[in-house]
Write a protein that binds this ligand. Structure first.
Ligand SMILES: *Cc1c(COP(=O)(O)O)cnc(C)c1O
Length: 355
């Protein structure tokens, strides 16, 4: 009997493998695998989330009007220039749904964020990947050269997940001067709050210069709301309107909306935490370089260890420790390690020293 068949592009996607669950007779792991902040929500944020729980029988504001206005005000843009989604991954999905389909090409760097090939395949478009340079940076000249008549979207990830370097202003402007205006350029700035490279491009400032540019930002990383799923894309109103049309109704829950609003109010306090992570990042990267690791410039809340063929073995040995240290391995390439608390980072450095 013939059962329903998915579209071939969907059938070809990797099937989801659930992450390791905590083992009852082991200590809780040191989780440095998902680029989360090590700090729990501020008390005022936790209280707002609990308050939203009291009225969970009501639908949230369908269009998240207040949140769009608040994010717009925060960025110095109109509410119509912002499209909020269930995490910036969902917002990126809506961008691709709005602008691409079968036969269209989406260019992105590789190795980069694992969602890009999946989101591209789901929309039915064709992924065109451009290898990173030997310094684990975007090769923007090669990306510009990869544009064809079929290119609809070009994605940049700054800082690049999982390798760390940010896109520089000068190379970004060279790319934008070459790429035709009909190509939508999406600058994914999930870690923008952690960037300290004075030469890095600032996507928000670049919006006013480039009418074909969108930026993507999130509350999951610096704002510490990963579990609540709220992120957004921003740019010219004409570019954003079709993205809003693709957003799943009610996809940002009421607890997520209030948590994001309160987090914007508490921004100064949250940015102090970011400052701590940035200082720890420098300490960890320096220590790793001193012990011989070729760590690329780290501008996110993580560092990249190019362990090559030893990647699986090292990640496995870290996970076997008690407590386990969980990192994100990419077989044959290297591993991404999130900056945690000072104690967690010390545990990682000590373990790598012993291995
Ligand atoms: C974490 C991350 C995101 C955001 O994820 P959400 O939790 O969906 O907001 C987007 N892009 C990159 C490169 C990331 O690493």
């Amino acid at each position: 009997m013939d059962l329903p068949r998915p579209r071939p592009a969907i059938a070809a996607l990797p099937t989801y493998v659930p992450g390791a669950r905590g083992d009852a007779d082991r200590l809780p792991p040191v989780k440095l695998s998902s680029n989360e902040t090590p700090y729990p929500p501020l008390p005022m944020v936790a209280a707002a989330i609990a308050g939203a729980g009291e009225v969970a029988h009501r639908y949230p504001d369908m269009f998240a009007v207040e949140l769009h206005e608040r994010i717009g005000a925060h960025l110095g843009l109109s509410a119509a220039s912002v499209a909020v989604g269930g995490g910036s991954v969902a917002a990126l999905q809506h961008v691709l749904q709005a602008y691409t389909g079968p036969g269209d090409e989406v260019i992105f760097p590789w190795r980069s964020f694992e969602a890009y090939p999946i989101l591209t395949a789901i929309t039915g478009a064709t992924a065109v990947t451009v290898p990173l340079t030997s310094e684990a940076r975007h090769d923007l000249d090669a990306m510009a050269a990869a544009v064809t008549d079929a290119t609809r979207v070009l994605v940049l990830c700054s800082p690049n997940n999982p390798t760390g370097p940010a896109v520089r202003l000068e190379e970004f402007e060279r790319l934008m001067a070459t790429v035709p205006r009909r190509v939508l350029v999406v600058l994914d700035e999930a870690y923008v709050e952690f960037v300290r490279d004075a030469h890095a491009v600032d996507g928000l400032a670049a919006l006013s210069r480039h009418p074909n540019l969108l930026i993507a930002r999130t509350f999951s990383k610096a704002y510490g709301l990963a579990a609540l799923r709220v992120g957004y894309v921003a740019g010219a109103e004409e570019l954003i309107a079709p993205v809003k049309s693709c957003v799943t109704p009610f996809s940002v829950s009421a607890p997520a909306q209030v948590a994001a609003l309160v987090s914007l109010d508490a921004r100064d306090e949250l940015m102090e935490r970011v400052e701590t992570v940035v200082a720890e990042r420098a300490r960890v990267a320096d220590a790793l370089r001193e012990s011989g690791w070729d760590v690329p410039d780290a501008q996110g809340n993580f560092v990249w260890l190019p362990a090559g063929q030893r990647t699986g073995e090292v990640a496995h040995a870290l996970a076997a420790l008690e407590p386990a240290i969980l990192v994100r391995p990419f077989a044959g390439e290297g591993m991404r390690v999130t900056i945690g608390t000072r104690d967690e980072n010390d545990a990682l450095l000590a373990a790598l020293e012993r291995l």
